[in-house]
Design a protein around this ligand. Structure first.
Ligand code: SAM
Ligand code: SF4
Length: 343
């Protein structure tokens, strides 16, 4: 039975292509304690703190999306767990679980997970995506330019011990981890972690040539198929996400492939991204955005201004991204680093 408020419920966020937006990626910082070679430059200039949405503003933005039908929020960055007092936001959003929100998750490099795993579970987080590109401590330091492998391993173990369901995200890098991926898959699946492989995307200047880093995932899949039996799951990730999953008979685990370059994944895209400065990007691969921070800070009625800004953003959601990597020395498709938009 519909209740008396149904008629007043704000319209869901449906774009021009009929895709209903139910998933928000919310970046809470552009800062990070690592400098992964495909994501950031060695020397980064981070945004002044005043440009960032405060934790209260982030909560207000999240609430505006929840009112419009967003049911899943993933907190990301930069590294979300390096933001001071970030657990307050997890607790605030955790309060929305069961009343509008179905799921609260995060993507993290796990350097701080040892400290925060239990509090995250307490706030209502059940699953976490952890980025890990190698099981070799020396290569880990090379790829992250500064990371402490053992600390990350302790973070992953603490996450699992606290009861978080873990998915490992691995960016495939031709000259670094490509040959080591079968070992990583075995490692992850033995521990009951799902894993997703990602093609490197040309976002932001990092000081590295993307052409050298890039390896199409069908090359890696061929190699895996020579060893194991891969059975594709449903055509798409059930979340409307970009991953296509296979089940590996021999390891018993799931492996996802995110192939923005070799196989455009935009058709069922149900997500938007909000940066830590309150810009809403309707597509990871395009520069169109709408400024939610202005709506929040300059309007006498922030809630109405946010709603109006969300409507404008919906009109701007493009059908698909259009990046590619096809020549040596090619500049990035977009100047924006992944750490700014939130991966
Ligand atoms: N710091 C957290 C982490 O690393 O999980 C969250 C933010 S990070 C930007 C989110 C995801 O984006 C990570 O899985 C990372 O590997 C991925 N990523 C960053 N830059 C990328 C790029 N140029 N191409 C593909 N994936 C990228
Ligand atoms: Fe930091 Fe994540 Fe980017 Fe690595 S991928 S530099 S951990 S934001």
């Amino acid at each position: 039975m519909p209740d008396g408020h149904t008629a007043l419920k704000p319209a869901p966020l449906t774009d021009r292509f009929g895709r209903e937006i139910s998933y928000l990626r919310l970046s809470v910082t552009d800062r990070c304690d690592l400098r992964c070679t495909y994501c950031m430059a060695e020397h980064m200039t981070f945004l002044p703190k005043k440009d960032l949405l405060s934790l209260e503003e982030l909560q207000t933005v999240a609430d505006a999306f929840i009112r419009r039908g967003v049911r899943k929020i993933r907190i990301t960055g930069g590294e979300p767990l390096v933001r001071k007092d970030i657990m307050g936001l997890f607790e605030g959003l955790g309060d929305r679980l069961g009343s509008g929100l179905d799921e609260l998750t995060l993507t993290t490099n796990a350097t701080q997970l040892e400290t925060h795993a239990e509090a995250l579970v307490k706030a209502g987080v059940k699953r976490v995506n952890i980025s890990l590109d190698t099981l070799d401590p020396d290569m880990f330091r090379e790829i992250t330019r500064r990371g402490d492998y053992e600390k990350v391993m302790r973070g992953i173990e603490a996450g699992a011990a606290a009861g978080l369901k873990i998915k490992i995200n691995t960016v495939a890098l031709r000259h670094q981890n490509a040959g080591d991926i079968p070992r990583m898959v075995e490692w992850a699946h033995t521990r009951g972690y799902d894993m997703t492989l990602i093609e490197v995307m040309p976002l932001g200047i990092t000081g590295e040539d993307r052409y050298d880093q890039y390896i199409p995932l069908f090359d890696i899949r061929d190699e895996l198929e020579r060893r194991w039996t891969l059975t594709p799951e449903d055509a798409r990730d059930a979340n409307g996400g970009p991953s296509r999953y296979v089940r590996i008979a021999e390891t018993g685990g799931r492996l996802g492939f995110i192939t923005p370059l070799t196989n455009n994944f935009c058709a069922g895209c149900n997500r938007v991204r909000v940066t830590c400065t309150g810009r809403i990007y309707m597509c990871l691969g395009q520069d169109d955005h709408v400024d939610l921070r202005a709506a929040l800070r300059e309007s006498s009625d922030p809630q109405a201004a946010l709603d109006e800004a969300l409507d404008r953003a919906l009109i701007a959601k493009p059908e698909r991204h259009d990046f590619e990597i096809n020549q040596r020395g090619q500049g990035p498709a977009l100047d924006r680093h992944m750490s700014v938009t939130g991966g």
